[in-house]
Structure formats: C-alpha cells, structure tokens
Design a protein around this ligand. Structure first.
Ligand code: SF4
Length: 489
C-alpha cells in the first residue's frame, strides 16, 4: 500500500474560464513536488496525482484515488510561494468526491486557506486533517501516526489539526525549515513533465515552444507586508530564506539535461532581494551555457544596477514581472506598497536598457481607488507600453489584512472559493470606498481589451516578436470571459 498520495486538484475551467483550454499556463505544483520528495527521503512510499495537469475532474480524480487506496491522501491547494486560493474550489469538490468514492480514506489538506482557516476546513469542508504551515515533517509524522492507528491529542503532531468528537485537536506549527538547501529537489520523476505548458507571453518569441516547462525557486517567503497579499500565510509571518546558488543550479541542470527544459519560471516572490546571490546564480548559469528562457518576479526597489540586469539577461532571464499595482501613491500607500514613482521609473528604464521584457502587474479596486485613480493606473500601463500587462481586480484573499479589513467594514466577500478567481465567471472583487464590485470588474475587463488593441502596443509587439505574436493576441481577444456579476446588471 502506498503511504502517501499527493493530489493537486483541477480547477482549470473554473479558474480560467474560457482561457483554460489553450491559453492558460499549466504549471508544475512545486510545493507538492517538494513535499513528495521530502516524504520519500524520509522513507515513505509516495505517489502523485496532478489532476490539474491531467485535466481530471473531481469524480475522475476520486476514482483514481479510490483505486490507489493509500494510507493518507494529501490535497495540495496551491503552489509554492503562492497566494492563489482559487484551487480551493477544486480542492473542496475533490474532497467531497473522494469521501463519496472511498469512504473512510483519510484526507488531509494543506496550503494558504487551510493554514488561514484550519477549523473551517475540518468543520465545513470535511477534511480529516489540516496541515498548517510548511507540509514537510508534519506529513511524515502524520503518516507515522496513522500507521499505528490515529494521532492522539496527548501526542500531537506539530501543525496538524483534526476533530476529536466535536473538539478541535491541534498544536502549534513547527518552526520553518531554516535552510532550504536541506529540502530535497522537487520529485520531478513523479510529475507528468510532458503536460506542463508556459504562459503564452513568456514564449512570444516562439509560441510553438511552450513545452517543456518547469518552475523552480531560489528563495522562500517574502520580507514585505503588502496588505492585499497572502504569500506568507503558509509560513505564518514575513520571512526570507534563500537557497545557495550552487544548489539551485544543480536542479536547473537536472531539468535541462533530463527533461530538456528551456522555459523556466522562477517562483520566488522577489527574485532580486539579494543581488549578490542573483549575480552568483546568473554566473553559474552563464558558465554552463544553457539555452534558457526564464521569467522572474522582482520588486522595483530591489533592482538598482544595470550590471545585475545585464547579467540576468545573459543568463536567459528574458522577462521580469513588476508589481506596480497602482499609479496613485495614496492608493499604493494604503496597502503598504509604497514604492515611489521615481523608483518605479528607474527600475523600468534599467530593465529596458538591459533588453529584458517587462510584465507590468496592476490591481484595480484597492480600497482607496476611484474611477479616476484606476484610469491613472491604466494610463500608466499604456504609457510604459509593457510587453505584457496583467490587470487584476482587487480580491480580499483569505489570510490577508485586506480580508480582515473587508470583514470589519462589512464589505461583501465571495461566498464560494471560485469567487476569488480572477478569470472565473463567479469572480467577485471587493468594493472600494467609492466603487461597487461590478464597476471594478467591468473596468478591469475593458482595460484588458483596450490595452491589447492599442495600435501603439501592437506595433511595438510586431517589431519585437513578429506578426505571430500580434495574431495570437488577437485570437485571445476573441475569447469572451463570462462574468455573472456583470450579467446581473
Ligand atoms: S512584495 Fe508584497 S505583493 Fe509582492 S510577494 Fe511580497 S508581500 Fe506579496
């Protein structure tokens, strides 16, 4: 019998709506892959079912789980360094389907929402166990306890919650793993590597080469505290833990040599926090001569020198995504993202000089946003004419300060997990002090179309990536997102 079956549930069509079939990326579940590797190294027999990559619905996933009949199922609800909560909708449906197909089979859940609301996961979602925090040793200890019966409240498994009758049995989270070099590489051999597909914009230079694709991390956590962001919920606090560049490059080597990976996403929240480590990693990659197409997230304050950016470009980092969020300083300050306009401008200028493409990320509908400030954010994106712009509607994600604020202010929150999905038909953004959720969502959807049909943008894209990129953008625009909120009038 397999000790541990890790399941990444599928919510592609709910999270991405009409974009799911061909446009949305399919990314490896890095957190799940790390947990699998850790458990295997600790001596457990481990299997993985990436239902998202295999596009299995909850019933199909449950059938596979029932026939595998492991000692414990672990449902992973998001990926590493991620604030994504939309996977919860799929986790919830999959959990119910497993309970119907394999009654009595213990199911644990882990991730952002389970870490934020463990009791709710037990009482409302019907999970047998919740793993709060980083799911490494906890999972090994939980399987150990299940091998001899079940965990007992007098011998708690650190970070694991369950119900004893009507009472919640729990214990404090274990400390964070201090040195990520001690975590084994992702169990790539257990993942369906042929299924992963890069974001379309990441491959604008060659849209026929979106596969193979992998994700890797060089650091864990984020030292910043933006109030709308929940990337640190799993860790319990703001933190920053880097791997050594030597350790990272060994894993890249494996991905390149064994899986022929060219497209690589670095899933750090801020890749550039420690410039010396970035530089060292880039040197190691350059020395090995890989042909990589990498994208990273960075924060504008951490990008200070042209030299670093030039080295990043040489190592194959062709795209940097900056979270600019809003043009108005007042709007940014209110969510603790106080980057100044000069700093933003400087980072963009240096990145362009280095020849790196930019993804500009913006959020519409933050608490201080009104129509005028949202328009200023959009005009800023247009002015910079980024190679790609992500426009999000502000969501009060569980575990964030913004979520607490929304509750305190009586702001309507989504009633289903799918309501937090940016591209979901159920999407329900926050209202701002001046705008209703529908006004924010409509503005976001219209901004996306206006940006991508702007002649100046299309001209720049044609010059940089050729007609194929422009044609692809036009194809995407034909896909209409369904929004129940807007249909309701
Ligand atoms: S910089 Fe802010 S938005 Fe970005 S990951 Fe860190 S806390 Fe989240």
């Amino acid at each position: 019998m397999t000790d541990l079956l890790l399941v990444f549930p599928n919510n592609r069509s709910r999270a991405y709506g009409a974009l799911a079939a061909t446009v949305a990326a399919i990314s490896a579940p890095v957190q799940l892959g790390l947990t699998a590797a850790f458990a295997r190294k600790a001596g457990l027999s481990v299997a993985v079912l990436d239902a998202d990559a295999e596009n299995l619905d909850p019933a199909g996933t449950a059938a596979r789980v029932a026939s595998a009949r492991p000692l414990l199922v672990l449902l992973s609800t998001d990926s590493l360094n991620s604030g994504d909560v939309t996977k919860m909708a799929a986790a919830s449906d999959t959990l119910r389907a497993i309970k119907a197909a394999a009654p009595g089979l213990p199911v644990a859940v882990e991730g952002v929402v389970p870490s934020a609301f463990p009791e709710q996961m037990l009482r409302e979602e019907g999970a047998d166990f919740v793993v709060q925090g980083e799911a490494y040793q906890q999972v090994v200890d939980l399987v150990g306890a299940l091998k001899t019966g079940k965990p007992r409240p007098e011998e708690p498994v650190l970070g694991v919650w369950w119900l004893e009758g009507d009472k919640v049995a729990t214990s404090q989270r274990p400390p964070l793993v201090k040195d990520p070099d001690q975590i084994p590489f992702v169990a790539w051999d257990l993942l369906p590597m042929d299924k992963y597909r890069a974001h379309h914009w990441h491959c604008f230079d060659d849209l026929g080469r979106r596969q193979p694709y992998a994700s890797i991390y060089t650091n864990l956590g984020c030292p910043y505290t933006c109030t709308f962001c929940n990337v640190n919920v799993v860790y319990g606090k703001a933190n920053f833990r880097p791997r050594t560049p030597e350790n990272v490059v060994e894993e890249i080597d494996l991905l390149v040599k064994r899986y022929r990976v060219r497209n690589l996403r670095i899933v750090d929240n801020v890749f550039t926090i420690k410039p010396d480590l970035c530089e060292k990693l880039c040197d190691l990659i350059i020395r090995r001569g890989y042909d990589l197409n990498i994208w990273v997230y960075a924060r504008v304050e951490t990008v200070k020198t042209l030299g670093l950016l030039q080295k990043m470009k040489k190592a194959g980092i062709n795209w940097v995504a900056y979270g600019i969020e809003a043009a108005s300083e007042k709007v940014r300050d209110a969510v603790d993202k106080g980057s100044s306009e000069q700093v933003i401008d400087k980072a963009i200028e240096l990145t362009r000089q280095a020849g790196i493409h930019i993804v500009g990320n913006f959020i519409f509908g933050l608490p201080e946003d009104d129509r005028d400030s949202m328009r200023r954010s959009f005009d800023m994106a247009k002015q910079y004419n980024f190679e790609y712009a992500n426009f999000y509607a502000a969501m009060a994600y569980p575990g964030t300060e913004l979520h607490d604020y929304a509750r305190k202010e009586g702001i309507e929150l989504p009633k289903t997990w799918a309501g937090y999905g940016q591209y979901s038909e159920d999407a329900l953004p926050m209202s701002t002090r001046y705008l209703k959720p529908a006004e924010v969502l409509r503005f976001r959807d219209e901004a996306f179309v206006e940006y991508n049909t702007n002649p100046r943008y299309l001209e720049m894209m044609r010059a940089k990536f050729g007609q194929q990129a422009v044609d692809y953008i036009r194809e995407i625009l034909k896909i209409k997102l369904r929004r129940k909120l807007l249909e309701a009038g």
